[in-house]
Design a protein around this ligand. Structure first.
Ligand SMILES: [Zn+2]
Length: 234
């Protein structure tokens, strides 16, 4: 996975997705939710997983993540997509205090104790119009604008994570959205500034090591996450 080097100190951390964003001082950083498979390192598969080991690089972690979702585009406003958006919000309400977040506690470090988070709300945005293929800059501008001008979009603090869902670009179902969203949620908690939290130089972040390995969590389909302690995806 391609990483952008950075040098500034950690202040405000925000992240958003379908495209997710990390805010470091002023710059907002964006990491794609879903990478074409050819961009994954060939070694980052199930066979390579036992060799994985995340190490802590000294950067910030999201101790008690605050998840806010933004659904961009008119397509999310009508059924059945609006139902999907509602279900996804319910999923976040459930997962931030689930056993999946409990299992991330092994990545707590002095000064950062990873605990339960909260789902703090959602907003629907139809202006500006973003297509399902969009530049990072367009998303940065949109989020900055919304934070400034839209009273329903909260200002970021060090634990705020914005998940931004772009207009639907084809077949989408709840399992795919919960699975990839959880992957990003866990990576945002354990490595909010990519490569500066818990990271493996060969395999990437906590979710990358277990990409496409899924399990049921409550009634939801989620992706498994790497555990250093168990040396396994769980
Ligand atoms: Zn990832």
């Amino acid at each position: 996975m391609k990483r952008v080097a950075k040098s500034s100190t950690d202040k405000k951390v925000a992240r958003k997705t379908n495209k997710k964003v990390v805010r470091m001082n002023d710059p907002i950083r964006i990491v794609p939710l879903h990478l074409p498979s050819e961009l994954y390192r060939p070694s980052a598969g199930i066979a390579a997983a036992p060799a994985a080991q995340l190490t802590y690089r000294g950067g910030p972690l999201l101790d008690s993540v605050r998840v806010f979702t933004i659904f961009s585009g008119q397509a999310w406003q009508t059924s059945p997509n609006s139902d999907l958006a509602n279900q996804l919000n319910q999923f976040f309400g459930f997962v931030v205090s689930s056993s999946l977040v409990d299992q991330l506690a092994e990545y707590s470090v002095p000064g950062h104790t990873i605990g339960h988070g909260s789902y703090i709300g959602t907003a629907a945005i139809t202006q500006p119009t973003l297509s399902h293929s969009v530049t990072d800059a367009a998303i940065q501008n949109m989020l900055e604008q919304e934070i400034k001008s839209n009273s329903s979009v909260p200002k970021p603090d060090v634990n705020t994570l914005y998940f931004i869902y772009l207009p639907l670009g084809g077949m989408t179902n709840l399992d795919a959205l919960t699975s990839t969203s959880l992957h990003e949620l866990c990576e945002a908690i354990t490595d909010p500034v990519p490569g500066w939290g818990w990271y493996d130089d060969t395999h990437g972040e906590i979710g990358d090591i277990c990409a496409w390995q899924t399990k049921k969590l409550g009634s939801y389909m989620v992706q498994m996450e790497w555990s250093n302690k168990d040396a396994n995806c769980k």
